[in-house]
Design a protein around this ligand. Structure first.
Ligand SMILES: Cc1cc2nc3c(=O)[nH]c(=O)nc-3n(C[C@H](O)[C@H](O)[C@H](O)COP(=O)(O)OP(=O)(O)OC[C@H]3O[C@@H](n4cnc5c(N)ncnc54)[C@H](O)[C@@H]3O)c2cc1C
Length: 486
């Protein structure tokens, strides 16, 4: 039994060694500290989690551990519920302080954090939670948020340093089951590589060259894969901080010549935090309409349509290519995400909750604070934003004119001529024979009529905007989430 006083750094979505306030505070505190990460069964089992998230986390930790070795440190990984692990650690050590970042997560992590707070309070453990990326806990309205966010972004970056630890590794039975470990180790090559070094590699290549066409290619399903920063998974799991990127891109020598591209990207860093701030204030957005007035709208669940959407079998090539690409790679660009959500919720008239966890599991960059508010914005359930219906045929003509993205992800359509690739069902039988595909057999006919379904959606969602329940909610949403002092 070791009852030495120690501190603990609890890593969550902050898997990096630099610009890390909790690690900095632990170093400054002057007593030994442990760094821990918890794989919690309840969170693993939650419907928003997928093996790709856990794999990304696992490999991020591996890369931290490689670099921590020289300080005789490592991230101690535990498998178990947070409360069990903290009870165990508290039996073996006298925990003085617990350091972590605040988490703007789902109801599960929020509930778990409340339990741990109680645990700490009952044992005189001081839990110091640092503010993450300018997200403010307990904020009542947005009047000062922008100013405070900019102040945070312009503050100096924390230069972490590490002392050599004298703590011995603690034996415990909360080891990750070997079956899970082998799943986690086996990281598919078609996902972005995890870890802090890779985050910097992606950031540098964006600023050195990749990002010069950012503003031109951001909506193109193929070109955006190069021109976008692709930093989202690194932000989601904290391999890099928003502030580090804000400083790097904002002061990069290539910025002047590429002002439109770089400032477009910097604006989106602000959006990133803006959305998380919304969710921090109202994590009910995970399961309830942002504007509760939209709960009154009924949707007839259609399992067949939902399955077709999930598996990329809707008969609309760009929708299907996106759903297959995200399944394989974990990433599609903003416009394609918005379009697939618009198709599910507006054209297919399915409740947004039928797809929200599915895409959360698909996105390697799944960030609750962005995902739920964005999903609902595209589904038209906020009551304060203009509802945008994305026409998948028009979008593929405009953004995948030659059908290259479509053909990459839908091999059935590989030989379809350019003029038919956006609407393959318009091919004659003869044309279909020429290109070796029978629409309705090898590739589905469209599962819904675009024009009729768009009209229905407009009438339904637009019409509902005037409902007194929607209007009543609108006022409180605007008061909480919109800056009135612009
Ligand atoms: C339905 C839906 C769900 C989404 N879910 C997520 C999610 O779970 N995680 C996530 O990070 N993004 C999400 N987004 C936002 C956006 O699509 C991704 O941030 C972007 O595609 C990530 O690619 P990138 O890193 O190359 O972005 P870039 O275009 O290079 O932008 C840089 C960073 O800015 C932020 N950003 C960019 N666009 C947005 C936006 N529209 N809203 C908020 N932040 C933005 C991201 O952190 C991104 O990494 C979602 C969008 C929609 C429509």
């Amino acid at each position: 039994m070791n009852t030495k006083p120690i501190n603990i750094v609890w890593l969550k979505r902050d898997l990096r060694l630099q610009d890390h306030e909790p690690l900095h505070k632990a170093e400054q505190a002057g007593i030994p500290y442990l760094i821990i990460y918890l794989f919690e069964p309840s969170i693993i089992a939650y419907p928003d989690t997928s093996p790709r998230h856990l794999q990304f986390v696992y490999h991020s930790i591996q890369s931290l551990n490689n670099r921590l070795k020289e300080y005789n440190r490592c991230v101690d990984v535990f498998y178990g519920e947070a409360i069990e692990i903290f009870t165990f650690l508290n039996k073996n050590y006298t925990i003085q302080q617990l350091f972590s970042y605040q988490e703007s997560g789902t109801k599960t992590t929020w509930k778990r954090d409340k339990q741990i707070k109680q645990f700490c309070d009952n044992r005189n453990i001081v839990w110091k939670e640092s503010q993450r990326d300018g997200i403010i806990r307990g904020l009542k309205n947005r009047d000062t948020w922008n100013k405070r966010w900019h102040a945070t972004m312009h503050a100096p970056i924390i230069k972490n340093s590490y002392s050599v630890s004298e703590l011995n590794t603690l034996e415990h039975s909360y080891v990750v089951p070997s079956q899970l470990v082998s799943k986690l180790e086996n990281y598919p090559k078609h996902y972005q590589p995890a870890g802090e070094e890779n985050a910097w590699r992606y950031l540098k290549s964006f600023a050195q060259k990749r990002g010069f066409n950012y503003h031109r290619h951001i909506s193109k399903p193929t070109e955006s894969r190069i021109a976008c920063s692709r930093l989202s998974p690194y932000f989601a799991w904290g391999n890099i901080s928003i502030k580090q990127v804000f400083h790097f891109v904002g002061t990069h020598p290539n910025g002047t010549a590429n002002n439109r591209a770089f400032s477009g990207m910097l604006t989106r860093l602000h959006w990133h935090c803006h959305f998380i701030q919304k969710f921090e204030v109202a994590c009910s957005y995970e399961t309830l309409c942002i504007n509760k007035g939209y709960e009154l709208l009924a949707h007839k669940k259609n399992e067949t349509d939902i399955k077709a959407w999930k598996t990329g079998q809707t008969g609309y090539p760009l929708i299907d290519a996106c759903m297959r690409a995200v399944e394989q790679t974990g990433w599609i660009n903003f416009r394609m995400r918005a379009m697939v959500v618009s198709f599910l919720t507006l054209n297919l008239d399915q409740d947004w909750r039928e797809g929200v966890y599915h895409l959360a599991r698909q996105f390697l960059d799944y960030e609750p604070g962005i995902h739920y508010p964005q999903f609902q914005m595209q589904a038209g359930t906020t009551g304060i934003n203009t509802v945008r219906l994305y026409n998948p045929v028009k979008n593929s003509e405009e953004h995948d004119a030659k059908g290259l993205f479509i053909k990459k992800w839908i091999p059935e359509l590989e030989n379809v001529p350019e003029r038919y690739i956006h609407e393959p069902w318009t091919m004659s039988d003869m044309e279909q024979t020429f290109c070796g595909v029978t629409i309705g057999v090898d590739y589905p006919l469209p599962i819904v009529d675009l024009k009729a379904s768009a009209k229905m959606a407009r009438d339904k969602i637009w019409g509902h905007k005037k409902h007194p329940a929607v209007n009543a909610e609108k006022k409180s949403i605007l008061a909480t989430h919109v800056n009135k002092r612009r």
